[in-house]
Ligand binder design. Sequence first.
Ligand code: M6P
Length: 306
Amino acid sequence: DDMLLPFPSFEEWPRHSHRHVRDCQPDIFGNATHETFSAHRNSNITVPSTTRYFVTKVVDSLGNVKNGYGHYTVINNPLRTFSVVEPGGSNGCIEERRRTVLNTSQARTCHVAVNAGFFNTHTGACLGNVVTDGKRIQDSGGIQNANFGIRKDGTIVVGYLSELDVLQEDNPFVQLVTGVIWLVRNGTVYVNESQTTECADMQETGSLDRFVNVVSARSAVGHDEEGRVVLVHIEGQTGDRGVSLWEFSDYLQRLGLVNAINLDGGGSATVVMDGTVANYPSDHCADNPAWRCARAVSTALCVHSL
Ligand code: M6P
């Protein structure tokens, strides 16, 4: 029996608390880099969403007052009525397609659709994390940009995600999209913090500082206190009309959004309602720049029937 003794008994193993183990994990496991919230569920509410229009006074950093025009869509039961959709539907990212939001909304039969993820304007490649209706299309490898997603159990997740967070299998993401700049975190304006931590590569407007401060058309996705997903769009034209991300996040906070991220904006900002473009896209038409045309973009966010 002596043969068994050199192996230390359980009591002799070096031990430390679970807390110690957790503190020593490397960064790849992520820490409090994102927020979670239970998505709204109410089987008595069968209308998937409500869209309202606003005209609001916006005060800029110099104290000048301007008007902001846009759309505010509140989505009930988002686990069943809200989807991230590839450009033109299935395989849109693999094929590096660019499609108008109208085209994408027809492919997925959306009541309401808005432009979503950033894309490479030279190749058409989708950028960031993309999960659509439970299908993982691509992951960003843990690049620090703001994400918005819903996991299988109905947990809304907003913020920075490690690659392991994205690839987690126990309660996988069913919808996931990446933006640039986490606008509102837990009810507070989070532009300053996100500007210092986020990667500038996904957007092509310029430095992160210019991207944040320039006035433009903007699109955002977030959630309210009830866990309803909220889409907000505001009209603009890069460098001429619209809002900075400071002004946008301030407005989103006042609308009661708990968390929100900034999606692709500028000439990409498009709102489609029941098969019709409902906003004034700022992109100039290729055939005649006197007119404005809805740009062919990347992913879209879609509100559909149950
Ligand atoms: C290109 C064209 C223009 C557009 C401009 C700025 O030059 O597509 O029509 O206005 O880009 O686009 P954005 O506001 O998206 O940066």
